[in-house]
Design a protein around this ligand. Sequence first.
Ligand code: GUN
Ligand code: ZN
Length: 442
Amino acid sequence: MSATETYAIRSSFFDITATASDPQKIEQQARYIEDGLLLINAGKVVSLRPWLEAEGALPIACPVLDRRGSLIVPGFIDCHIHYPQTEMVGAFGEQLLSWLENYTFPTEGQYHSAEHAAAMSEFFLQQLLSNGTTSALIFGTVHPESVEALFQAAERREMRIIAGKVMMDRNAPDYLLESAEQSYQQTRALIQRWHKRGRLGYALTPRFAPTSSPALLEKVTQLHQEFPDTWIHTHLAENPQEVAWVKKLFPEQAGYLDVYHHYQLTGPRSVFAHCLHLQPEEWRCLHHTDSAIAFCPTSNLFLGSGLFNLQRSWQEQIKIGIGTDIGAGTTFNLLQTLGEAYKVGQLQHYKLHASEAFYHATLGGARALSLDHLIGNFMPGKEADFVVLQPAATPLQKMRWHNSRDIWEKLFVLMTLGDDRTIAETWINGQCAWRQQHGERA
Ligand code: GUN
Ligand code: ZN
């Protein structure tokens, strides 16, 4: 298909048509069309309708791709991931702070090299695509070269990503530190070059409070005032030792979130990863400021950080997205990540229904990133980012799929048994960017 062409795809479709403030209500907003037709023009959704209704009204000579037997869903949205940690997934034996010291910082140290950053950006984006992830909020490293390479590679693929150079000026090895002024200048130059260029967006990315001096945080504030539609992306209350350290480093602030809030870094375009050890006033502050949380189940389990309280996030009415948090997380695949989110819920007697899970991975994630006017479902005018799922990728999956009563059980089985074998094709901006048979960009 060429980028400007009109065409249609016939398949089964599932999406969630409206944002939700109550998990019980998501089912009512869900749309499952067993035999449907998705019409696309110039990379945007024109309509999604049942085949029987749409067939007669097809534009003359409109090509129709036949994907019957598949299930097409909106592209998955990963709300927290570190691309320069791809090569260290599965680092043994540490919890957050010693994991950073022993594995993460040395790995990120490689990204001063533009060649390394370019090669890893290619690999990373292929991992996203082969796992059905079409959009992501991404950490780079402190090196401007890291995000430069990532944005270039994402632009070539027309992906809607948000990324930023890490800002950090203390409590890390010298080779990863910068001055507050240097951080400001380099970040500013990157924003001017990449923010809102095509489908790309820039996130101001102070790593977390412990690696940020007050002077650095002031620079983040200044940049956000200069460029108010940039995102803010950082970590919050992931690990008890980290929380205690922040108290020591910022004794004048009321708590961990108050450090960010003091520097005006909370708000509708702010995304805080983890949020496992929050005080009641911190939940309230996230709500009042309309900030979002990235829930990263595989990472939280892998680093032994804790269990995210999904139920509380609904009670407090806070926007939630799902993050893989590679490389503390253990998979790029959002189906597997949803399966782990379910288990985190089980440990707290919370039942994560498939409708809620798929909401978080699609439209809910889009809302958490303030992108729900552009992506997240198949409403007319949305950008055509979607995934063709092969529900019968393995004998077990095939048997279990056919042994499911309804779409909810089928989706639940997908998030329990699915993985990258389930991702048959990934489409970006109306074009096929990944197809399983070739294992390459289409
Ligand atoms: N906190 C500060 N940096 C990091 C990181 O790279 N990964 C995770 N999971 N938490 C962090
Ligand atoms: Zn992280």
